[in-house]
Design a protein around this ligand. Structure first.
Ligand SMILES: O=C(O)COP(=O)(O)O
Ligand SMILES: [Mg+2]
Length: 216
């Protein structure tokens, strides 16, 4: 079996914050609430859209209804590529790993439909062996089974996999599944998450080398 890099999506491959915050703020505007700043939304990202909406609404003293959630998911899915871009070097690093024989899988707490739309839009989907979304399985990060099921869907082995992410949930779930972990320092997580990881990447250019080091 081939080696496999499991990648988080938001804050690791893509800077998705503007579109996530945009959808949340359009939802809050329905209740005449002023928009939350990107800096306020950034630490709310990481546990999927439902929790994001709960946190965003809570910041305005509100609780989202089921209808708010359904409309919010549809709105985000329709706008997930408006202002979201891959971080510099992402495509080159993933192509380099692929050429070196690595399999690639995305494990994200974002729902699978907008995740696939976004990855397809950025030209990354053809490089991937699996996309494990926040609603693809009965579990999501930080549950290590989200990683295990994504690696399995890629047809890869946990013994040869590496996890990279920008959030405590990524490092915790990766470690829980027995994977060496890389902290993506350019994302949304606080720098302290790097202390929990086996390695810290400061740009995508670091990633292929760290992968080979962690799984020689
Ligand atoms: O949508 C989220 O809250 C987080 O998504 P991620 O797991 O790709 O960072
Ligand atoms: Mg993330």
């Amino acid at each position: 079996m081939a080696k496999c890099l499991v990648l988080d999506l938001d804050g690791t491959i893509t800077d998705s914050l503007p579109d996530i915050a945009g959808a949340l703020n359009r939802s809050l505007a329905r209740y005449s609430q002023p928009p939350l700043a990107l800096e306020q939304v950034r630490p709310m990202v990481g546990d999927g859209l439902v929790v994001l909406y709960q946190r965003g609404y809570a910041a305005r003293g509100l609780v989202p209804s089921d209808e708010d959630m359904a409309l919010g998911l549809a709105d985000y899915t329709a706008h997930s590529t408006d202002e979201t871009y891959a971080y510099p070097g992402a495509l080159d690093a993933l192509k380099a790993l692929k050429s070196a024989g690595w399999q690639l899988a995305v494990c994200t707490n974002k729902p699978e439909e907008p995740a696939r739309i976004l990855l397809d839009h950025l030209g990354l989907l053809p490089l991937l062996d699996a996309v494990g979304g926040g609603d693809s399985f009965p579990v999501k990060k930080p549950d290590p089974d989200h990683i295990r099921l994504t690696v399995k869907a890629a047809g890869a082995s946990l013994d040869e996999a590496v996890m990279i992410g920008d959030h405590h949930n990524d490092v915790a779930s990766g470690k829980g599944a027995g994977l060496p972990t890389i902290f993506a320092s350019w994302g949304y997580g606080p720098a302290e998450v790097g202390l929990e990881a086996d390695a810290v990447a400061n740009s995508f250019a670091d990633v292929p080398g760290l992968c080979e080091k962690l799984r020689p």
